[in-house]
Design a protein around this ligand. Structure first.
Ligand code: HEM
Length: 394
């Protein structure tokens, strides 16, 4: 099973670099279709990472096998060619783009089916299951709306609903669900307040529903939806910070690489939500680009990078161990450079802040410098992770 997970992750890393390269091309004035840049980064990278990690984590947490290995394989072969076809042809060739969108959509449906069926066969209970189930369903619903928009331009005005359904409902929910156990686990601590995670779950779900309605014509609902999401995110962040800083049961020597990215990502999330609320209150000040880039890069991509620093080395290590025997490293942590990860963290975050503020202030040079830093950091990350994956795949 881990082979298909690693293949999904390898493809996702390539999409991340491609998505950023297209963004830079757009900044330099080349005719780049924004949806292509957006979907390579958010669907190719972010959803690729989500699908792969769910294929890995849901069976592990539920003490069972993934329901269907063949459906997982098929989802890979629908999702990736679909995304590439959509990216190459949207919006110039409606027919080809619709076929690409349909293949992607079928890939999402197979993924959701597989996750729900695996959860139905679970051998135990875990509070996180509802995050995984709801996120997989909402990603497919968001993709369905995207498919309908690609098919019928009359629905174009629903693209903010589509984006928020997928990003708040699908992506943010799974980030909360996975981070809630990964962050305390990294420092060998318990979750500070488990009940709060239930409130976070229902608050985020409610906020996603209200915001989608708001962006679908009931504009007055966007602000209450945003406020509910902010409350859920504040509660979650407080819970995570308290979990992370609680006295440890065992001596933990160093700050884990993954945690640095997770905690910074939560800081961006709060910034993004405040900006979203300000943007709703003062529509004259166009905060959309700032809001969108801090959300996509600072919160979502940063969390995914932090998660991958854990998922890729642990998965590959279990494959390398039996094969390399004496040559295999003593721990999965020896598969990557912790000092390089620190540089990647600083350069990535300098890049995000420079790019987003440059875009807001209309300072082209700052945006370009920011995007160059981003490209350098994600390329260094992707090359290192792809090298580890190559060592583990036949
Ligand atoms: C089958 C899958 C999907 C299809 C066919 C699809 C299609 C589309 C289309 C046609 C648009 C409008 C593009 C335009 O402005 O011309 C769009 C916008 C967008 N999509 Fe998707 N999408 C899919 C999945 C996703 C997912 C899973 C996410 C997020 C994780 C996402 C995030 C976005 C964002 C952020 C926008 C821009 C919204 C805006 O301009 O306000 N899409 N999508």
């Amino acid at each position: 099973m881990s082979a298909i997970v690693l293949r999904f992750l390898a493809a996702a890393l390539v999409y991340l670099v491609l998505g950023i390269l297209l963004g830079i091309a757009g900044l330099l004035g080349f005719p780049v279709a924004t949806p292509v840049h957006v979907h390579l980064a958010l669907v190719g990278f972010v959803c690729g990472v989500i699908i792969a990690t769910m294929y890995q984590q849901v069976p592990t947490l539920s003490g069972t096998e993934l329901h269907s290995r063949r459906a997982a394989e098929a989802s890979f072969w629908l999702f990736n060619p679909g995304l590439l076809l959509f990216s190459i042809t949207y919006p110039s060739s409606a027919a080809a783009a619709s076929i690409g969108a349909l293949l992607m959509l079928l890939g999402f449906y197979l993924f959701t089916y597989n996750i729900l069926a695996t959860l139905a066969e679970r051998r135990g209970e875990n509070y996180a299951f509802k995050f995984y189930a709801a996120s997989s369903v909402l990603l497919s619903l968001g993709a369905t709306l995207g498919f309908l928009i690609a098919l019928n331009p009359v629905l174009y005005s629903y693209r903010a609903s589509h984006a928020h359904l997928a990003l708040v409902g699908g992506v943010t929910l799974i980030i909360f669900g996975a981070m809630s156990w990964m962050l305390p686990m990294l420092v060998v601590k318990d979750i500070y307040n488990r009940r709060w995670l239930d409130y976070t779950f229902y608050g985020t779900l409610l906020a996603a529903g209200i915001m989608v309605l708001g962006f679908s014509g009931f504009r007055q609902l966007v602000l209450p939806g945003g406020l509910i999401l902010l409350a859920a995110a504040l509660l979650f962040t407080y819970d995570m910070v308290k979990s992370y800083t609680a006295p440890s049961r065992v001596p933990v020597k160093s700050e884990p690489v993954e945690a640095r990215f997770f905690l910074a990502a939560l800081g961006y999330l709060l910034m993004v939500l405040i900006l979203g609320i300000l943007g709703t209150l003062y529509p004259g000040r166009d905060l959309t680009l700032l809001h969108a880039h801090l959300a996509a890069l600072g919160f979502v991509v940063q969390t995914a990078i932090g998660g991958l620093y854990h998922v890729i080395p642990t998965l590959t290590w279990t494959r390398i161990l039996p094969r390399e025997r004496d040559r295999a490293p003593a721990s999965f942590k020896e598969l990557f450079s912790a000092s390089r990860s620190r540089w990647i963290f600083y350069i990535f975050n300098a890049g995000v802040l420079l790019l987003a503020s440059g875009m807001y202030l209309g300072a082209g040079a700052a945006s370009l410098l920011g995007s160059a830093l981003l490209l350098a950091s994600v390329t260094a990350f992707a090359v290192e992770m792809l090298g580890i994956i190559r060592r583990a795949l036949p």
